[in-house]
Design a protein around this ligand. Sequence first.
Ligand SMILES: [Zn+2]
Ligand SMILES: [Zn+2]
Length: 455
Amino acid sequence: MTIDKTGPRSHTTRLFRLLLLTLLAAFLMGSRGHCVRLGKATSQNTQTSPTWLRGDFHYHTTYSEDARRQMGDDVQTSVSLCEWAGLDFVAFTDHRTVAHHSDPHFKSNQLVLLAGEEWGHGAHAGAIGIQTQVPEVGAKRVDQAIQDTHRQGGIFIINHPCDQGSVWYSSTKDIDAVEVWNTPWSMKKNDTSLLQAKREVARLGFTPNPYILPALAHTGGGSNYQALKFWEEMLNAGRKIPLVGGGDRHMATVPGQPSTYVFAQSRSRKGILDAVRAGRTYVTRGPDGPTSLSWKADADNDGIYESQIGDTVGVGQPIPFRLQVTTRSGGTLEIVKNGQVVHKQTLPAGPATVSWVDTPGSASWYRVDIYEPISWSWPNAQAFSQLVKAGNNGATVSLLLNMIAFATQNGLSFAPIITGLPTMIFEDKYNRILNVSPRDPSRCRGAISSPIYAR
Ligand SMILES: [Zn+2]
Ligand SMILES: [Zn+2]
């Protein structure tokens, strides 16, 4: 989310209102947090064989001026919170600074901590795995920033590229990933206006990258959906670029919502960054979202699925693909080829395996999207939705009453780590409502993979 902007209707302002109301509701009801550990316990930093690691590439500590103002959390508290949340890694991405890097509490026995910054005014990018701040000067500032990040061994991620006020018009040359999924989808339900973007481009008097305006032409899905289309524009142009997710936590939310999984050769900074560079990523809505996702291809048709996310198979011959994934209560699989849904099927609850064959005739890419069901007859589903709307649109007394009613029904608790504002935990069904697909309210976004390519 674009947090350091100052408009009265900015996302931060809305979220802040939501939080204040939530706290008031909790206070009025005498609600007390109980301990809920969200993820599996993580092992020490000893893993040496390749494995999927779960983390968050976008997190603000109080070294970000806005997070400090919003009662966010210092490095020490943030490390404890991310450990408690069961993450394997986290990148601290404070606005235009790497000051957290030299903080005495920037250390962990459980987590791989990545130094980084959220680069840029207006348009934002994550420069991850760097040692010193990446300057922002001159007409070629983006190209120079990417080079500087790479010189330091880091990766450069375009953050929330289609958010109002931070649209990414600049070059995309040599970027390493796109943050397609920034915060829960319902918080990104508003479209960014193509017309406004065109006006802004005309005012600035330069040619935007070729992907952004076509992406903004998609309406009805919110700015995460437009970011998805921005990424697909690049993939359709023949680029090989993975997606990542960003919780963009400033305060009060559990880190890792969404979570990015990376297939790392080692549990280390290099292992994680190399995994992104190799395109081996997928994003889930959080720790309770679809798990154990495996998307593979059998390029030589010998019955062994040796090609996985990020890999490239040949064209002109039938390729068997296989998805394995575990969902809590089932859902829908969509296989997306070159931006089109080419296969759709229902998934049962629990572990599922789907086999599918396709013959790529020319350069192609294949991704999986997992959706999970939402029932609007769940207890307080409507009330919770109202609560989210209150966060998005400002608050009224009647919404406050809804929230109090909601809190009394035990949908809300707080993390056991003492944070600046209490860190809210939502039950799985409310996490689904938070990730409702703006284009289809009967389901939520569960997971999105990076592609397998055919060339
Ligand atoms: Zn940002
Ligand atoms: Zn941010």
